[in-house]
Design a protein around this ligand. Structure first.
Ligand code: GTP
Length: 598
């Protein structure tokens, strides 16, 4: 199609502001889906996505729209993941667009994620169309939200579209605004091929499916293409676009968005952000912005049943086929046996992987406390990257420890400020910005260690603000910090999987809290169990669990067998989540309790 009639756009919004509902409505309005075919939130294809109500994978849907000017337009709607863990994927999806709908909830207003995504869009020079959604709500205040968009983001909101994705208000206006305000796709179909990979996934029949935006040139079936970073040549087996069902086509040309497959074996061979070009017409420079996706959060995954180790490895390998951001390597814990050290983009990514392992592969897991990757300079000049407390070097050899630092943006109401400021302080945050943004709300920007966020920051922020705080962050660098390794001893034995890295000044308090929580979580045994937290040889906290005296069954009266069985089953259920470490049975919660501070 002539690029003058192509519009590539995306929807950016804070979580729950109505992105998926609006996308569905646009599909319905343009006839891509009849109402009968319409399943709620078609763009979120994975079950897990649907259940959690989040979008994990970006998708691109081609819509045909007959505009008021009498012309037929091709609108490519590129869906973006809505979570801070997937910022890189969002940025690549935005790179494939010329414009974006900036959806803001008419009663909630601008939130942290709205801002973060808007800055990304501005960085990519996208034309932003403000859409004030949910105007059907009695609490909607579109005028106030317009002001917010102007004051906080600095965007002209006088022509914002007022919409209700739920009841279908403003959908025609949104389509017209896309046609009129989003710049048309540019690009020359006769130039050598240059195309951006903005998403990829593994299909068991076709191999890797690539979602791509063609910048220049054309791609056809049978064509030999090359990928810039891997320098590998493939032959295109097939191509098409999603509408939203896959529709095969003969060629994709400059300005268009679609998918292709070329017998590529794993997603790590078709990296998001990489450039596709034609083998016969090489280009001299790739598209800008490519980055290797780097895990930022690390945790150990162990099967509860040690014979499931092979099963877990196979499952991790299968997941990795489809998720190049996730990595793993075998690790051996004295306490937990054979398992894997895994790297994730963030906490949500970790939870998703963990849940898929349990649900799709039926493997019961013990997950150790998530941590971050430290840069450690040793006396001999070596610099180590350490993401596992068990690999922490001997303190006498360490010259310098640097930890990853983030810039965190929090938007909240004034009444919760006191609690939130206290929390940020406790989490070793340094204030960089404090701004009243109108409507009784405040925007805070803090520099703080990522390590503190992977502890229990989300939960604490939520309770400090009764849910009225939004958070977004990005990695800003590293900072020298006096971190130490804290070990936990259960009945005299160090439990390696409970070791954590903490700031020296907070070690005593954390150790004390941790030991207290463990005392409540570890069930009584036949003997008294001592719990200790230690830094090196120095014990910094101790507690003990008194010995068990009563037998559970003895509590049952008479011979009520069904009651007895129930009790035993309950115990068994409990056991599934226990791991015997030395002489003591430790429940899963204990490994995670390392995280909680209060
Ligand atoms: P994530 O996929 O989690 O990022 O959320 P989202 O931004 O896609 O939001 P989603 O479309 O799932 O909508 C969140 C909630 O708001 C759902 O319960 C929707 O039914 C509701 N919602 C969406 N649009 C409207 C609207 O215009 N009016 C009202 N009243 N509710 C809406």
């Amino acid at each position: 199609m002539d690029p003058a009639y192509i519009r590539n756009f995306s929807i950016i919004a804070h979580i729950d502001h109505g992105k998926s509902t609006l996308a569905d409505r646009l599909l319905e309005y343009t006839g891509a889906l009849s109402q009968r075919e319409m399943k709620e939130q078609v763009l979120d294809s994975m079950d897990l996505e649907r259940e959690r109500g989040i979008t994990i994978k970006a998708h691109a849907v081609r819509l045909e729209y007959h505009a008021d000017d009498g012309n037929l337009y091709q609108l490519n709607l590129i869906d973006t993941p809505g979570h801070v863990d997937f910022t890189y994927e969002v940025s690549r999806s935005l790179q494939a667009c010329e414009g974006a709908l900036l959806v803001v909830d008419a009663s909630q207003g601008v939130e942290a994620q709205t801002l973060a995504n808007t800055y990304l869009a501005i960085h990519h020079n996208l034309e932003l169309i403000p859409v004030i959604n949910k105007i059907d709500l009695p609490s909607a205040e579109p005028e106030r939200i317009k002001e917010q968009i102007e004051n906080i983001i600095g965007l002209d909101a006088s022509e914002a579209v007022l919409a209700s994705a739920k009841s279908g208000i403003g959908i025609h206006e949104i389509c017209e605004a896309v046609v009129k305000r989003v710049p048309h796709a540019k690009g020359d179909p006769d130039k050598p091929l240059r195309a951006l990979i903005f998403d990829s996934w593994f299909d068991p029949y076709r191999g890797v499916i690539i979602l791509t935006r063609i910048l220049d040139g054309k791609v056809r079936k049978g064509q030999k293409i090359r990928l810039w970073t891997t320098e590998t040549t493939y032959e295109v087996d097939g191509l098409g676009f999603q509408s939203p069902k896959p529709v095969p086509c003969d060629e994709l040309s400059a300005g268009e968005v679609g998918f292709l497959f070329a017998n590529i074996k794993t997603v790590s061979d078709a990296k998001i952000g990489d450039t596709i070009y034609e083998a016969a017409r090489p280009i001299t420079e790739p598209l800008p912005g490519f980055e290797e996706m780097k895990p930022m959060v690390f945790a150990g995954l162990y099967p509860i049943e040690s014979h499931e180790h092979g099963l877990l490895r196979d499952a991790l390998e299968k997941l990795r086929l489809n998720d190049s951001a996730f990595n793993f390597e075998p690790e051996n814990s004295v306490a937990l046996g054979f398992g894997f050290r895994c790297g994730f983009l963030g906490l949500l990514h970790l939870e998703i992987v963990q849940e898929r392992l349990e649900r799709e592969f039926q493997i019961d897991l013990i997950t150790t406390a998530p941590g971050v990757r430290y840069l450690i300079t040793l006396g001999n000049g070596d610099v180590l990257e350490v993401d596992n407390p068990t690999k922490w070097p001997n303190p006498s050899e360490i010259i310098k420890i640097e930890e990853p630092i983030i810039d965190a943006t929090v938007i909240t109401r004034e009444e919760y400020l006191g609690e939130i400021l206290k929390l940020l302080e406790e989490k070793r945050g340094d204030q960089k910005k404090f701004e009243h943004i109108g409507g009784g709300r405040v925007m805070l920007v803090y520099e703080m260690p990522l390590n503190e966020v992977v502890l229990d920051f989300y939960d604490r922020l939520k309770s400090a603000s009764r849910g009225y705080a939004s958070l977004d962050y990005h990695l800003s660098g590293h900072r020298v910090s006096p971190m130490v390794k804290m070990d936990v001893l259960v009945a005299g034995d160090p439990v390696d999987a409970l070791s954590i890295i903490v700031h020296k000044d907070f070690a005593y308090e954390r150790g004390k809290g941790l030991i207290e929580r463990l005392r409540k979580l570890i069930p009584r045994q036949q003997f008294e169990v001592a719990l200790q937290a230690a830094i090196g040889a120095k014990i910094i906290a101790r507690e003990s669990i008194a010995a068990l005296r009563k037998n559970v069954i003895a509590k049952c009266y008479g011979g009520d067998i069904s009651r007895k069985r129930k009790l035993l089953e309950k115990q068994k259920e409990g056991k599934r989540r226990m791991k015997r470490v030395g002489r003591v049975e430790i429940p899963q919660e204990a490994f995670l309790s390392v995280l909680k501070v209060s």
